[in-house]
Design a protein around this ligand. Sequence first.
Ligand code: PBG
Length: 329
Amino acid sequence: MAFPQVRMRRLRQSEPLRALVRETALAPGDLIYPLFLCPGEGVRRPVSSMPGVFNLSVDEAVREAEEAAALGLGGLLLFGLPESKDVTGSGAWEENGIVQQGLRALKSSAAANKLVLIADVCLCEYTSHGHCGVVVRNGESFAVDNDPSVALLARTAVSLARAGADVVAPSDMMDGRVGAIRQALDEASCLNTPILSYASKFASAFYGPFREAADSAPQFGDRKTYQMDSANRREALREIELDIEEGADMILIKPAMPYLDVIHAARERFGLALGAYQVSGEYSMLHAAFEKGWLDGDRAMMESLVSIRRAGADFIVTYFAKDAARLLR
Ligand code: PBG
C-alpha cells in the first residue's frame, strides 16, 4: 500500500499522537553531569569556553550534587584540578587528592544515595606535561610508556574506589588498563566497583574546551599515539571487544555526535550497557550558536541528546544535563 491510502502525516497531527509513536525516550536519569573539582572553599570559577560550567571547590560541588539529585540526574562524573602537578601525576592517587576529598564529601551528603558517583581515571590533569601516562623523552621526540602508566592508573582507580567512587572510568586509552584495574580493585577487596571503560576514545579536536576546564592540555605533542584515529570504526569495535574481555562492566564512546555511527555499531554488536560522552567541544559549539541567536537553544540541545540515544546510547555524559533535566520535568 502506498499513497493515498498511506499518509504518514496522520500520526503527526497532534502532540499526544506524536508522543504515542515516539521511538526514543530521554529521561533525566539517563544523564550524567561532569564536575571539575578544584582546591579551596567557596570557589566557583567560570570556564570561559564553556558557558555555565565551573571549576568548583568541594563545598560548591556538594551543592551542585544536591541540585543534580533534585533534578533526577543519573549521576556525576568527577574530574580534578590538583594543587600541584608532577611528572608522574602522583596527585591522581594521593590519599588526600582533590577527587578523593570530593568523593568523601559527596558520599556523606544527602545527594549521594540518589546519584551514581563516577570517578574519571586518568593522569593528564595531574602530570606536569599534560599527557595521560608516563612520558619518556628522547631529544625532540617523546613516547607515552604504556605499561608503567597502566600500573599508575590501577593505583589511581583503587584510591578513588576507596574514597567512595561508585564507578571508576578509565579515559587514558592505554592498552591493558581495564584488566589491570580489575585485578587491582579485586586485590583491594573492591570486588563490587564497576569499571566504565572509555573503550573507544578518539583523538578529537572537540576536547579543546575541556583542556581549559581541567587544565590538562598536553605541553608538547598530541594524543594521537594513544587515542584513536577518527577515521576508524572497526578498530573502535575491536577496542570495545578487548575491554569487555578484560572485564569492563560498561562502555563509553567519545565524542558522541561526530561518532553516532560508532555508537550505533557498538549497540548492534554488544549487549552490555553503553554510554556516550557529548564532549566539551560539542557543548561549546552549540552554545556559541545559541549566543549568536543562530540556533534555538532548548530545541537544538534536546535534538542533540535524543540523536545520541537514538543511535543506541543508554546514557549520556553531557554538560547540558541540568538544563535538559529542567526541560524534561
Ligand atoms: C582525560 C579526559 C579528556 C576528556 C575526558 N577525559 C580529555 C582528553 O583526552 O584530552 C574530554 C572531555 C570533554 O572534552 O568534555 N583524558
